[in-house]
Every structure is written in C-alpha cells, then in structure tokens.
Ligand binder design. Sequence first.
Ligand SMILES: Cc1cc2nc3c(=O)[nH]c(=O)nc-3n(C[C@H](O)[C@H](O)[C@H](O)COP(=O)(O)O)c2cc1C
Ligand code: SF4
Length: 518
Amino acid sequence: MIIRISDDAAALACGADPVAAAFEKAGATIERVSSWGMHWLEPLVEIDGHGFGPTTAADVPAILQGRADALSIGLIADHPFIASQRRLTFARAGRTRPLSLDDYAATGGWKGLERAHAIGAEAVLDAVTASGLRGRGGAGFPAGIKWRTVANTPADRRYIVCNADEGDSGTFADRMLMEGDPFCLIEGMAIAAHAAGAGSGYIYVRSEYPHAIAKLTAAIEASRAIVAPFVLHVREGAGAYVCGEETSLLNSVEGKRGEVRAKPPLPAIEGLFGKPTIVNNVLTLAAVPFILAEGATAYVDHGVGRSRGTMPIQLAGNIRHAGLYETAFGVTLGELVNDIGGGTASGRPIKAVQVGGPLGAYIPPSAFHLPFDYEAFAGADALIGHGGIVVFDDSADMLAQARFAMDFCAVESCGKCTPCRLGAVRGRETLDRIRSGGRLADVVEALPQMHNATAAGRVRADEVALLTDLCETMQYGSLCALGGFTPYPVMSALRHWPEDFGLPAVEDAGQGRVAQGV
Ligand SMILES: Cc1cc2nc3c(=O)[nH]c(=O)nc-3n(C[C@H](O)[C@H](O)[C@H](O)COP(=O)(O)O)c2cc1C
Ligand code: SF4
C-alpha cells in the first residue's frame, strides 16, 4: 500500500511531516506528492485515491486499520471542490511527484515544447496570441503581443524573466505551481525562449519561499539537457513588495536597488541588462505548455469576453474552504466565496472581500453578482490582480483596513515619486485624524458657540474631502501601480462602509448602502 502525502509548504505548515513519519514508522511506503489545493484538509492523506483529512500523527493507526471514517472524504477526484474545477494549469496538482521526470512525461509533460520546436517560433507566437492568454500577474496584458514585441526587437541577446515574487496578500498559486509542478514552469519558459529567440532566463522567487527555491533549483538541474540550449537561473527576491513590479524586479536581478524604472522604454524593448525581455508571471508561463500541447482553441474555448482560459483562484482569509480553485473566467464572486468557499470560517456574515492583493478594492456582498472577468472588475473600480480573494467577516473594521492600505504603501514605496512616497504617509495621518477626531478637539475648543456634533461632522467631512483629494493625486500622479492603486482599497472602504468612518450612509440603487458623495 502506498500512502501519498503532499510536501507542499502549506501541507508542511499543517503538520504533513509528522504524519508521514508516523506512517513510515508503522511500516507503510510513503510517496510525497504535490498538493490538491484543499488547504482546509491538509495534511491530506491519500490511499488508493481515497482521502483522509485533516490528519495528525495520532490518526495513523486508525487510518491503517480502516477505522477512520470520520476523516474520510471519499475519492479525492470526486470531491465537489475538485470535480467542479477546470484544471488546465494545475492539471497535475495532487497527482504527481514534483521532481519526478517520469511522472511529468507520463502526464503529457514536454509535449508542448516538442510541438513548439516542430512548428517554429512564428507559429508559437500565433498560438499564444490566438489562445487569448493575458498576464496573470495583475495587469492582464496579452502575452502574445508582449512575446512578439520581444521577438521582433533587433538585439544580440534576449531574456525570459519569470516574476515569482507573489507579493499579493492571500495568494499562493505561484508557490504551489513552483513546488508542485516545477517542470511545467520550466517548459513554459523554454517555449517562450524558443518563440522569442532568448538564450537564457531567470526566475525571480520571493525570499519567503525557500521550498519553492529548493524545488526549482533541483528541477532546473534535472531538466537541463531537455531544455538546452536554453539556460535557466533562480534569483532570490530582495524582500520588498515593489520588487514584484517588473522594472523594479529587473533592477533587483541586475543587483541594483529595487527601484521602479520609468516606462517607456518597455521591458519588451529594453529590459534585463538593456536587452529585450519577456517578463511574465508564473501562471502565465505555466499556462503555455497546455496551449501548445492541446492547441489554442482548447484554451480559448474557456472564459468570457476578453478574459479567456482559466484562472487559478486563491480562496483565503476568513473562509471555510481555503485553497486553490482553478476555473474558467465568468464565475461570479458570490459563487466562489459562498458556494465553493463555504462562507466564513468563523460562521459570521461576510462583510467584505478584497480581490487582487493589498491594492485591490474591498467588495461588499451586494456586488457578489460580479463575474470574475478583467473587464467586469475594472468596470466596478476593482481588480482581479493575481486572483487572490481574502474574506472578512462582519467584525472587520474597514477604517483600519483603509489605514492598513496607506501604511502598506508608505512602508513598501520605492520612494521614486512624491504622490506615493509622501501621499501614503499623509493618507495614514488623515485616516488617524478621522478615527480619533484629531484636530477636532482644537476646533471644538475654538468654536464654543457651535454644537459639538455639528463641529465633529464638519471636521470629519473636511478630512474625508482631503483624503479623497489625496487619493486622486496618488491615483493619477504616481509612477507605478503601487501608489496608483492604493486608493482602490481606501476609497472602496470609505464608499461602502461609511459608518466605520463615522459618516452617514445613503441608499444607492446599484450598490446598496454607500457614503454620501464618495
Ligand atoms: C507594486 C507592484 C507589485 C507587483 N507584484 C507582482 C508580483 O508579485 N508578481 C507578478 O507576476 N506581477 C507583479 N506585478 C505586475 C508586474 O509589474 C508585471 O505586470 C507582470 O510581472 C507581468 O507579467 P504578466 O504579463 O504575466 O502578468 C506587480 C506590479 C506592481 C505595480
Ligand atoms: S508609485 Fe511608489 S513604488 Fe511606484 S515608482 Fe512611485 S514611489 Fe516608487
């Protein structure tokens, strides 16, 4: 009997190693596999396709003796969380040993690269363009256009850079892919290199991901001959959110300070070491082997409008079924959070979800009809970003969340432009004054003839007007999206939860209750 247990960092954090050790001590044969992505069930034990979870070492005798019905989830592949997904990028999740070349080849690995070599660079560019694949790192830029720009820019050298900085809150899909299916990313990068005429590439992995770095390093070594003459290197991130911004990342790979570069020139024209460079997210590159192996149509057939293919969505925060859920674009936010995610882990009502990382808008349940689709989100002043959904129950304090956004921006700013560097600090101060009354005490003292409540309302309205003005300056005056998008969480919190800011709410036909005039 073979017992399969994941060695993904989330499984390890939940105690997978002691469970595996207990099985080994009992004489069982252990296979360490990638994670299925059902994090609330980790450590998940698999025996002949049947799952048991979440387990502890103390459960091992009962599982081995067939007395663990309470932990049984039946056949893992039939579990609704797995069966209802459309796994294209994460097709191997839970099914293969991450560093086994045999497992990779047996599940269709290298088929995409072989086809890329057979059809030639120009046809690869056509296939990626026809697939409708857009960057999964945040901006949603079409991959085919970026790749073609690099391929067509005259140069003696070109590079492929994988952005694996994964700084967004509540996101872990890049990490899971790198730890669970590293050859898939390597194959995607080799296909990109073939299409663009690049000789070498770098994977920039955040320093907080030691397991991913170890797996990638071993996988690169194991597949060196297969992807030759393409040569790959791993670079450990510098530990700053802004190092995920592509130009800042390129500076960091070059050994410089992680400061944003002004665009133009685009990295596709002048990127790493001044050469044309494809910078793509892990999920973008990992989607490519499927597109080449199965054809662009097999990918473009999924999704809605201009959001084609599938998106690995990460359910996190206060949610019952936290984990990775890959599905075609178009599913509604409410379906994801309530039906698939099972609502809050605390059992309390949902107050807000933040989609797209720390710079994403807070969305109230009244907007849960919103489909997961780049354009629909942009139309609602929100972001899909890297597909991370963080859930908050009704105990969340939205003014504190707005302050956190400003604080995050102040701490993580690269300092190059004033709206972000100073604006975030002033924003934090303004929110503190809204919270505490701040200057209110002075005003009330100076205006004894005025009723306190009126004075309080007036001062708070002044501070809110200042905050709104400041957010506009940051949004339109910042050099990159760190400063430019910080207003999204701040203004969405203010708009939808005015009571948390001490403001009255009004009814809005489209949005439910919102702040007056915001
Ligand atoms: C402040 C900031 C942080 C970012 N962090 C990441 C990140 O961690 N991972 C990522 O892939 N893209 C990140 N991006 C987006 C990248 O700049 C870039 O758009 C992306 O790597 C391009 O790849 P894609 O087209 O495959 O999405 C960030 C952007 C900004 C402004
Ligand atoms: S917006 Fe902030 S992070 Fe971006 S360039 Fe300006 S100072 Fe740097």
